[in-house]
Write a protein that binds this ligand. Sequence first.
Ligand code: 5AD
Ligand code: SF4
Length: 479
Amino acid sequence: MKNNTHYDLPSIGDARKRSKEKINIERELFNIPAECRGLGNGRNYFLRTYGCQANQRDSETIAGILEELGYAACDNENEADLILLNTCAIRKNAEDKVLGEIGNLKKLKRSNPDLIIAMSGCMAQEEGIVNEILKKYPQVDLIFGTHNIYNLPKLLFNATVAKEKTVEVFSKEGEIIEALPSSRFMHHKAWVNISYGCDKFCTYCIVPYTRGKERSRLIQDIIAEVKDLKEHGYKEVCLLGQNVNAYGRDLDLQNGFAKLLEEVAITGIERVRFMTSHPWNFDDETIDVCAKYSNIMPYIHLPLQSGNDEILRRMNRRYNSNEYRILFDKLKKAIPGCAFTTDIIVGFPNESDEAFEDTLKMLDYCQYDNAFTFIYSPREGTPAAMMEDNVEMHIKEERLAILNEKVAHYANLNNQKYLNQTVEVLIDGVSKKNDRILSGYTRDNKLVNFTGNAKAGDIVNVRITAVKSFSLDGEMIEE
Ligand code: 5AD
Ligand code: SF4
């Protein structure tokens, strides 16, 4: 147990606040104080990331900072001097996984008392979770929040050299912090943040509390990053925001996302995609830009959440099923061959059989290429958590199974059209299951496993020889 402490604890009340104040852009916030230089020399770090792409991108920043401090990455917890879990709070099962992992690390800490165990990400922003960890998991040395990443050198110094148990979690709207180091995990595809936070406050969602106010990076900073990636051989960028379609509203830009997307396309980088879209903010200008540029991938992730109007209203989604269908039809017409995926929640409070049927009807209408489906999970501090969670678990599970069957059916149906066709694939690397098989994604974001002689980052043509629900098999066409 550490005797000294440095605590700055999260507060859900503060996390909820939104002001009208302009967002600061910080370009010199990150630095490595003299006493922290070389802190990681001769030390290994093990970093595990849970959850969404925003967290993956944050992990690349964390890795970049650690490497500037001299730490070396390792992929075995037993060899690590620092274990860092970058966590997700979106559903209870995501949290349970992390708490289980922290529990397992207790043994390792006992056998190596110098080991530093750190936790960051969305769980660190949760008041209840941080209190639980402080009470029940003394093996955790350092907790820092999503707004505190830039300060990692000092926090690590506190935990490692000053031997203080350190918690620094700010619950604030947040700023834009530029010029942070970055060690990217892939060398041909990159995540590019365009905005942070979320102001939508869907009633079930914890993200507006864990990631602060919706705030957009400047177009010129984003374009500079994309150009730099292109010059370094990157083939694909994915523009990231909790709600990309709201990009630029805080900068008083009209149709900000359409303008940004067009500028990114004009850089000429091979492939551009974006996520996540919100149906409420998806404007016609953006649809036109998607249709105009061939390097914008014909692939759109458009979360539906529910097909029932009353549930959508109580989720505070700001659209009804008809408005969603109209948008979907417009996109489908404007972008020929576009693939669509979605997110759906079952078992939201008061979801009746009829309401669930409405969701199934929307699936029949949209016939998605894939859908990510979830059982509703109450999140402490959100409005939905105050509603009575009155759908029995076995019913939620039954609905999920019915839904998943339908999702697989349409995924398979959509994939049939690729049989014997030639598709363009950007190679990620060898398949996880078999190292003689390459895998990558088509322009419409279909996973393809194939035989051939090429390497990660190559763009090749593949003839599809077999079709599954969630992937395609093929053979590369040698030029
Ligand atoms: N319970 C279940 N699913 C949720 N999601 C967000 N919050 C919750 C929750 N409390 C889902 C939504 C969102 C996706 C990222 O996670 O479908 O689009
Ligand atoms: Fe959560 Fe809704 Fe914001 Fe998406 S748009 S992050 S679901 S609050």
